[in-house]
Structure formats: structure tokens, C-alpha cells
Design a protein around this ligand. Structure first.
Ligand SMILES: NC(=O)c1ccc[n+]([C@@H]2O[C@H](COP(=O)([O-])OP(=O)(O)OC[C@H]3O[C@@H](n4cnc5c(N)ncnc54)[C@H](OP(=O)(O)O)[C@@H]3O)[C@@H](O)[C@H]2O)c1
Length: 227
């Protein structure tokens, strides 16, 4: 199989940077594309990180402009987010930004799409009363639903709370997830990045799936084969 060409939206984020590093260092992947929103980030990725970069702000760009940036790639990973930058940007980045990237993939003929969503985003009863997080989960849940009704070969990854960068390589088997404890579940950033990499390499067991990601005691290989 020829090396996969992957574009990463949200490349400058904690998960995004770790992911680009993994893709760059694996012979299964061609030089990845970092999609970022500032010129100094383009300069960093091209000159210091040694990957390709595109200055494409998903908030202000049209779906056609995003399509032009990702055309020719085999897969797009969406790991962008407004963070704690106010409710308006949650809607223009996490929700509409994500939907525009989905439309761009459809327009550019990029079939494979992997998104970093959030654990139990579909469960309104879980998040409705979580202080300061209601709008965030509305955006994640709604974006996930758009993705499921798209024509893309999608995988929706739903990590628990993101913790320190260092990976454990260990995941919680799905049949051992206790829904009542969801608010307590976490996963390290590097493990999310590693799982995205494995998702891209194993479309056979990940396409069309929504996969909760939390640290546990099962190896990544056996976790992915159990899906
Ligand atoms: N934090 C948690 O506990 C948690 C839990 C579950 C899921 N998640 C989700 O996991 C994903 C990755 O998280 P993370 O911690 O790696 O996020 P992060 O560090 O906040 O990175 C998000 C990236 O998105 C980029 N971005 C924001 N607006 C953009 C725009 N208009 N155009 C292009 N890029 C834009 C940011 O760019 P700048 O660098 O320029 O700001 C940043 O690099 C996010 O979707 C997040 O919602 C987070």
C-alpha cells in the first residue's frame, strides 16, 4: 500500500502536534499536511516540524477554500476546537467549522474522515447540567450527527478528559466502560494521537464507528481488534 496522505485540521493543538509527529515518523504515511490559522504556525510546521502546512482558518474560510487545501489527500483528521475562547467560537469552530470541513471533504473527494469528538456527546442527560460545558457538547453532538449523515468513511473518536502528553499505550475495553463514571474518565493526549494513527491504518474495523477512548489496561492492538 502506498503511504497515506493525511491532512490534520487543528494541527497546532496538543493532540494535533503529537499526531503530526507520529505520522511524520511512520513509513505508512506520506509527509502530512498541517492545517493552521496563523502564518507563524505555517512557518513553524514547514521549517521546524518538517511537514507541509496550509494557512486555512476554518472559521473564516469557505468550504470550497478548505476543499482546495485538502484536495489530493487520502484522509482528513479534525482535531480543532475553540477551547475556552467563548461560546461564539464554539459554534463557528467546533460546530460550523467541522461541518465545513466535512463538506470540503465531500467536495474534494476525500472519503476518509476521522474526528476527535468528546465522550458521551450524544447523551444530553449526561452533559446538560455540566457547568460551562453545555454549548460545547451541543456543538460536538450536532457535528457528530452531521458526520454520520455524510457520505464520508468516518470514524468518530470520543475521548474522556484530555490529560498530560505522555502516552500509556493502554485503553479501557468498551464492555468495561461504566456510563455512570463517565465524568471521571480521562486519556492522555499521546494515546489519542496513537489511536488516530491506528484508526487511519485500520479502516476495516473503524469506518462508520463511534469509539469512546479512555485509558485502561488493554493494549492498543487488542483494543482495536476488539472493535
Ligand atoms: N480538553 C479536553 O478534555 C477534551 C476532551 C475531549 C475532547 N476534546 C477535543 O479534542 C480535540 C483536541 O483537543 P486539544 O486539547 O488538542 O485541543 P487544543 O490544544 O485546544 O487545539 C485545538 C486547535 O484547534 C485550532 N483552531 C482553533 N480555531 C481554529 C480555526 N478557526 N482554524 C483552524 N484551526 C483552529 C487551534 O489553533 P491555535 O493553536 O491557533 O489556537 C488549536 O491548535 C478538540 O476538538 C477538543 O474539543 C477535548
Amino acid at each position: 500500500m502506498s503511504p497515506l496522505r493525511v491532512a490534520v485540521v487543528g494541527a497546532n493543538g496538543r493532540v494535533g502536534r503529537l499526531l503530526l509527529n507520529q505520522l511524520k515518523n511512520s513509513s505508512s504515511f506520506a509527509t502530512p499536511l498541517a492545517i493552521v490559522r496563523k502564518q507563524d504556525q505555517v512557518d513553524y510546521f514547514k521549517n521546524e516540524a518538517g511537514v507541509d502546512a496550509s494557512l486555512t482558518d476554518i472559521e473564516t474560510s469557505s468550504a470550497s477554500e478548505i476543499a482546495a487545501a485538502i484536495k489530493g489527500y487520502d484522509a482528513v483528521v479534525f482535531s480543532a476546537g475553540a477551547g475556552y475562547d467563548g461560546v461564539e467560537r464554539i459554534f463557528t469552530v467546533d460546530l460550523d467549522g467541522c461541518i465545513k470541513v466535512v463538506e470540503a471533504c465531500e467536495n474534494a473527494g476525500v472519503k476518509r474522515f476521522v474526528v476527535v469528538s468528546a465522550l458521551r456527546a450524544e447523551d444530553r442527560d449526561f452533559w446538560w447540567n455540566l457547568e460551562g460545558l453545555r454549548e460545547y457538547y451541543i456543538a460536538k453532538r450536532s457535528a457528530d450527527r452531521e458526520i454520520r449523515s455524510s457520505k464520508l468513511d468516518y470514524t468518530i473518536l470520543q475521548p474522556g478528559t484530555l490529560e498530560s502528553n505522555e502516552g500509556t499505550g493502554l485503553f479501557q475495553p468498551l464492555d468495561k466502560l461504566d456510563e455512570k463514571a463517565s465524568g471521571l474518565y480521562s486519556i492522555n493526549n499521546e494515546d489519542v494521537a496513537s489511536f488516530i494513527t491506528q484508526t487511519l491504518l485500520h479502516p476495516d474495523v473503524t469506518v462508520g464507528k463511534t469509539i469512546p477512548l479512555v485509558n485502561g489496561n488493554e493494549s492498543i492492538e487488542s483494543f482495536i481488534q476488539s472493535l
